[in-house]
Design a protein around this ligand. Structure first.
Ligand code: ZN
Ligand code: MN
Length: 485
């Protein structure tokens, strides 16, 4: 019988923090400036230039630690990590070695964080992937390779970078996807990073190994460097697991390698073989004192937001929406705020949630915009629902009014007034229309009287047509039943 192989996956995630200035100097952190415009002797690594810590970066990292349930030791310190790399100005990186700012913690994997096609079949529902640590360091410069030369831009050098290291707790490509999705959501919730992978604000290295089922010793660890999309991570990890299984099961031996994912060919390629562990000759950074985190932790604690999982639970309790609806609403902080702005005073929050999750999200995606730029304020959407609830307009008319609200930004009541859309509820007028429809539909009437009750819907449709959609469907229904009995 063929041996089954168990994959083991650990992720290292680098996150650019949303500070105004760099980690150890006053240069602005700004995307899209001209090459080398945001540089100074400190971030260019001139000898003798002295680094000064960015307190906001420390706070953001500690806040991330709180959101991910980490322990924040009272003292942390910075160390020099020595290695040569052309885009690193000082030939060392200021990082944290044995006393990082955050220890432990974990990322809970919510169902919705998994890829859509994998949500029905989750191997370990409710799983939390543990973290080893989170430390703070500085980013390097960016090289651009031309045909015969390479340009280097130091704008990125010295940008505060948070490194989040997971335990090898991840068992599948789908869990790796869920880990990154859930982590990204929390980072955005805390407003510590925009965590946009396309802009390189969140970068991921994946460590992948396989071992035969029934054995404990982990297989040879292979690293895939610098992934820049979450779906890419899923595909790369899946590819790499299969590649390793193919080699090992054919009797081959894996080398400790660093590989690169090629999204176009859909395979990983060898970058370099790691002969032995790199010796970075870490030592304490002599230009920076250790940090007493207790100096700012009280304040950081007040910044901790309600997290997606907590929000979801509260929405289910307070607004009686389904677990699923609550998950979708809570997945985006702006969307959650939008819902809540109207739900707080709504008599029918469940109907409001339906409108947001169907009509509003569809309209936003059709207009290629997002909830942050939504042209319909939440309170106006609630006004529209009130008009339906009061019987002023019917559900069909509400869809048209909503479409107009979305394009014109006008309030619901104004559109209803201007278009003369008021629903006809006057029983005299409706009776006349019903009689007309009954006369014109002898076949349906006969069927209805013979016991086929559904035929009444056809007649009802005729009445709605005659009223140009303005008749109150409930009144029409009652009237037809009365007239046909
Ligand atoms: Zn600088
Ligand atoms: Mn790092």
């Amino acid at each position: 019988m063929a041996t089954r192989y168990i994959p083991t996956i650990g992720l290292e995630v680098h996150v650019q923090l949303k500070t105004r200035s760099k980690m150890f100097c006053g240069c602005p952190v700004e995307y899209g400036a001209g090459p080398n415009e945001h540089t100074c002797p400190v971030c260019l690594g001139y000898p003798g230039a002295m680094p000064v810590m960015n307190e906001q970066a420390l706070r953001f990292t500690a806040l991330t630690g709180l959101m991910l349930n980490c322990e924040i030791p009272k003292i942390c310190k910075f160390d020099r990590k020595n290695y040569f790399y052309p885009d690193m100005p000082k030939n060392y990186q200021i990082s944290q070695y044995d006393m990082p700012i955050c220890l432990g913690g974990g990322v809970p994997l919510d169902t919705l964080a998994y890829p859509k096609d994998a949500q029905k079949d989750i191997a370990s529902p409710g799983k939390t992937v543990r973290l080893v640590r989170i430390h703070l360091e500085e980013d390097v410069a960016k090289s651009t390779h031309f045909e015969t030369s390479t340009g280097i831009d130091f704008n990125r050098a010295g940008t505060p970078l948070m490194e989040i290291v997971s335990e090898p707790d991840i068992d599948s490509p789908e869990e790796a996807f869920a880990f990154l999705t859930a982590l990204q959501q929390i980072l955005v919730y805390g407003n510590v990073s925009d965590a946009d992978m396309e802009k390189g604000q969140l970068r991921c290295d994946c460590n992948v190994s396989v071992r035969p089922e029934g054995t404990d010793k982990l297989g040879t660890k292979i690293e895939i460097k610098n992934m820049n999309s979450i779906s890419g991570v899923r595909r790369a990890v899946a590819y790499e697991i299969q590649r390793q299984i193919d080699i090992v099961s054919a009797g081959g031996k894996l080398l400790q390698e660093t590989r690169r994912w090629d999204d176009i060919s859909g395979q990983t390629n060898l970058m370099r073989v790691k002969e032995d562990a790199h010796d970075y000759r870490y030592f304490p950074e002599p230009d920076l004192l250790p940090v007493d985190t207790s100096a700012f932790m009280d304040e950081v604690r007040t910044l901790k937001p309600e997290l997606p999982a907590e929000k979801k639970e509260r929405f289910v309790k307070s607004y009686e929406v389904t677990e699923y609806d609550a998950s979708v609403l809570a997945s985006d902080r702006v969307l959650a705020d939008y819902f809540e702005a109207a739900a707080r005073t709504s008599k029918k929050p469940k109907a409001l949630a339906n409108w947001i999750l169907n009509d509003l999200l569809n309209a936003l995606s059709a207009a290629e915009t997002n909830i942050a730029d939504c042209p319909v304020p939440a309170t106006e959407l609630e006004e529209l629902l009130k008009l339906v609830d009061a019987g002023t307009i019917n559900a069909r008319q509400a869809k048209d009014v909503f479409a107009e609200m979305f394009t014109s930004g006008k309030p619901a009541a104004q559109i209803v007034e201007a278009k003369g859309l008021r629903q006809e509820s006057d029983s005299g007028a409706i009776e006349a229309l019903c009689k007309q429809a009954i006369e014109a539909s002898p076949k349906a009437v006969e069927e209805y009287r013979a016991g086929k009750t559904a035929s009444i819907n056809y007649i009802k449709g005729q009445v709605m047509k005659l009223s140009q959609g303005k008749a109150n469907p409930a009144v029409v229904g009652d009237m037809l039943t009365k007239l046909l009995s």
